[in-house]
Write a protein that binds this ligand. Sequence first.
Ligand SMILES: [Zn+2]
Ligand SMILES: [Zn+2]
Length: 352
Amino acid sequence: MKALQLVAANDLQLKEVEIPKVGENEVLCKVWSTSICGTDQHIIDNYYPGYWPKSFPIILGHEWSGEIVELGKNSDKFGWNVGDRVAGIANVGCGHCKNCLEGRWTICLNYGKKDIHQMYGHITNGAYAEYISVSIKSIAKVPDDMSHNLAACMDPISIALHMIERSGLKIGEDVLINGSGAQGLYSVILAKAMGANRIFISGSGSRLMKGAELGAIPIDYKKENVVDYIMEATDGLGVMRVFECTGTELGINQACHVVSRGGCISTISLPKDDVKIPIRQIVLDEIDLHGSRANPNTLPRAILVADQHIEALDSMITHVFSIEDYQKAFSIFNGRLEDSLKVVIKPNGFEK
Ligand SMILES: [Zn+2]
Ligand SMILES: [Zn+2]
């Protein structure tokens, strides 16, 4: 089968490889759509040496959707059938450690241990491939009216949902979403669905305009001081929940300065280097700072919410390419060219 394999750091190649064997609690899926994630390029660039990936070669891709074509020995007992349309996510916990048993399997205590833990497209072969064999713990069924391309975005959408849930958002609270990339824009839809009052979003350009189109109050961080804007709009109180999706020192510090006393910053951003934060203020104002990793148990509910916002979410998928055109796909995505947002690769070509 065709697959995009990272053969060494900075060396992604379209290769012919074996179709993977299906394990007993796994399913073999024909991959229809794989969405490019910012993390893919970080892995290619060797941002996390020895961590993502642990070794080469590895097939990348972790935001995907497809169709079950073969069942592992036990998979039918859990209700899976050949022909099921599914969305997949990256993480699978070991299922047996304390954190996994408490439902927090994205912080599995056996993270990265060979044979008992998988993370597709990071340390386990992923979905830029015609086929992927995955644990049934890492997939959920998708409704008939949801396209494969949108289903491939359910990994990041369910990550945004986890970030918002970690913040403890209550109905009627004002929020700031820092960053108007895909995660920020997904968060607008989710925060609205979860009853946020005013949703401010910081960003710039066409992505920020998209946020406004989705109903958020846009703040162009290149023209306005985000902290001043929020303080003015909230009579100096700040917002109760901040969702930090920029991964920049500026964004993280802004988050610390716009959050209300007793409020919460929930972050999914992974800055390249650690950044300084005003810890004295965090202590004195009892600010909760929540790291938020991936999507433990949010995928099925994220699919239900997404199914009510199909048009808005589809409009964020700006480019679709065959797997042969992967270099063009990555350059458009990485360069944010042509107002690109989510860029999808089709390992099995385009559906009829
Ligand atoms: Zn991703
Ligand atoms: Zn575990």
